[in-house]
Design a protein around this ligand. Structure first.
Ligand SMILES: [Zn+2]
Length: 494
């Protein structure tokens, strides 16, 4: 047997255990009663140790060297590159650290669910201190191995190839125009009248509407499902994609577009090539590219006039007894493009969202590089919120630095993916419109050409190319943040 084939078999075995870890993670967030947490945390920690052992098997190093000298195809060569990268990322950490991180993350994340509601920073920070310490240890080990700064080494886990030097430049540029653009849009919208939803929109009706929208977006229900969780996510595996949302019975607006967002993530997963299933090269390219797909659905398509026109009949069908004036296309469009600086990232509008990311990026970068302490976070949070959005979070931990789940399990380096994703999404739409008449597709309810473009240029490519190569092949150039600024200008100020 070719050495390359031995490696593929080994990685497919790892993927099977990751499959189980992912579904158990979904169960923990969606189905599990609170009392099951302690034993689930232990089981998941054990599974993560097992996966870690498989991912760091000593014989892999030799196999890589042998496979390299074999006569392998271009696809196999890309596959080898991704297996090797994943091996290097895994081998560098001692099993002791991996297990400690899994336990500390579960504990912190679980307690956070109640502590957040109680605004209990003191209680939270006892668990969080441990998570930060372990992540700093991880960052420093990775930094030494990759000859990068600690933060860049963590960033590489989510955005291979992206550096904080690039991010400093991207966010540095955003800072020069975003606050001004936000003010201009607010001024322009200040006299705008619209009707807010104020009635009852039952969970059952919202769920049925969500399922219809997923159908419109050609979600494959034979390979996925929709459920409820406190923090919406897209999990499971590419053959069994689990998306979640949460429902507020006084307002259908959030969950409706949240489902469009998660469906974007899901379509990417469902569109990954089956021939590469179980191999690292068959996975999504990066978190930023993953987010580019959800934001392409939610922002580029979802908030366009043409898409909202398609939603109207569906909303009317599912809420026959509610005030229909709320559901008029013009009214929905005003709601979905309303710009209003607020405390909560996940509720933020398209224009102010990057400010929330800028703030988190700066804090997590400095935390991982050891330039600040976790105890500095509440004060820095307040300072930056005032600077970027003009709002104070002093004493408000719940809606300040305790609002997100990400840092509770040590996912430092993840936040920039959201804004990178928004930028890639704008760039993909710009490129797509040169080949596809997107607005006509939407108004004729023929979304196939849109999905075909995404499938051809993004989904089917999985991790065969680097992010820069992928974006360049799809759009003719590597990341161009100016196209994102242009998109915001066009949508909100023209
Ligand atoms: Zn997302």
């Amino acid at each position: 047997m070719k050495h390359y084939n031995k490696l593929s078999e080994h990685y497919k075995k790892i993927a099977n255990f990751e499959h189980l870890a992912s579904v158990a993670g979904w169960d923990q967030a969606v189905m599990m009663p609170a009392g099951g947490n302690e034993s689930r945390a232990k089981a998941m920690a054990e599974l993560s140790v097992h996966i870690h052992q498989l991912s760091t098997s000593e014989h892999l190093g030799e196999l890589f060297a042998d496979a390299q000298s074999e006569n392998i195809s271009a696809i196999e060569s890309a596959s080898l590159r991704e297996m090797k990268a994943s091996w290097q990322k895994a081998t560098v950490l001692p099993a002791r650290l991996v297990e400690a991180q899994s336990l500390a993350g579960s504990k912190c994340g679980h307690a956070w669910r109640t502590q957040r509601g109680e605004n209990d920073w003191q209680g939270f920070s006892k668990n969080f201190a441990e998570v930060v310490l372990l992540s700093q240890e991880e960052a420093s080990i990775r930094a030494d191995a990759a000859n990068k700064t600690p933060y860049d080494a963590m960033l590489d886990l989510y955005e291979p190839g992206t550096t904080s030097e690039q991010l400093d430049s991207i966010f540095g540029n955003l800072k020069t125009w975003l606050p001004d653009l936000t003010q201009k849009v607010q001024l322009r919208q200040s006299g705008q009248q619209f009707i807010k939803p104020t009635e009852n929109y039952s969970t059952k009706q919202q769920n049925a509407l969500g399922l219809d929208i997923m159908k419109l977006l050609e979600f494959d229900f034979n390979h996925g499902r929709l459920d409820i969780s406190a923090h919406p996510f897209c999990g499971g595996t590419s053959q069994d994609v689990r998306i979640t949302t949460r429902y507020d019975e006084t307002d259908f607006i959030q969950s409706m577009m949240g489902i469009v967002h998660e469906t974007g993530h899901a379509r990417y997963e469902q569109g990954l090539p089956k021939s590469l299933k179980g191999l690292p090269v068959g996975e999504a390219r990066s978190m930023g590219i993953h987010e580019s797909q959800s934001l392409f659905f939610e922002m580029q398509l979802g908030r366009s006039k043409e898409f909202i026109d398609q939603l109207v009949p569906l909303v009317l069908k599912h809420f026959p007894d509610n005030n229909p004036a709320v559901f008029e296309a013009d009214n929905l469009q005003k709601i979905y493009t309303r710009v209003n600086p607020g405390l909560i990232r996940v509720d933020a509008d398209e224009v102010t969202y990057p400010a929330h990311i800028m703030l988190r990026y700066e804090i997590e970068r400095d935390l991982m590089n050891g330039n600040i302490n976790y105890t500095d976070i509440p004060e820095l949070w307040d300072l930056k919120m005032q600077q970027y959005l003009g709002i104070s979070t002093a004493g408000n931990y719940k809606n300040g630095c305790m609002q997100d789940i990400h840092w509770t399990d040590g996912a430092f380096g993840y936040f920039p993916s959201y804004t990178l994703g928004a930028m890639y999404a704008a760039q993909f739409m710009t490129a797509m419109k040169k080949q596809v008449d997107v607005n006509t597709c939407l108004s004729e309810q023929n979304l196939k050409p849109i999905f075909n473009w995404l499938n051809k240029n993004i989904w089917s490519k999985a991790s065969l190319l680097t992010t820069d190569q992928l974006v360049k092949q799809a759009t003719g150039e590597t990341l161009n943040p100016a196209l994102y600024g242009k998109h915001l200008q066009q949508r909100y100020l023209s």
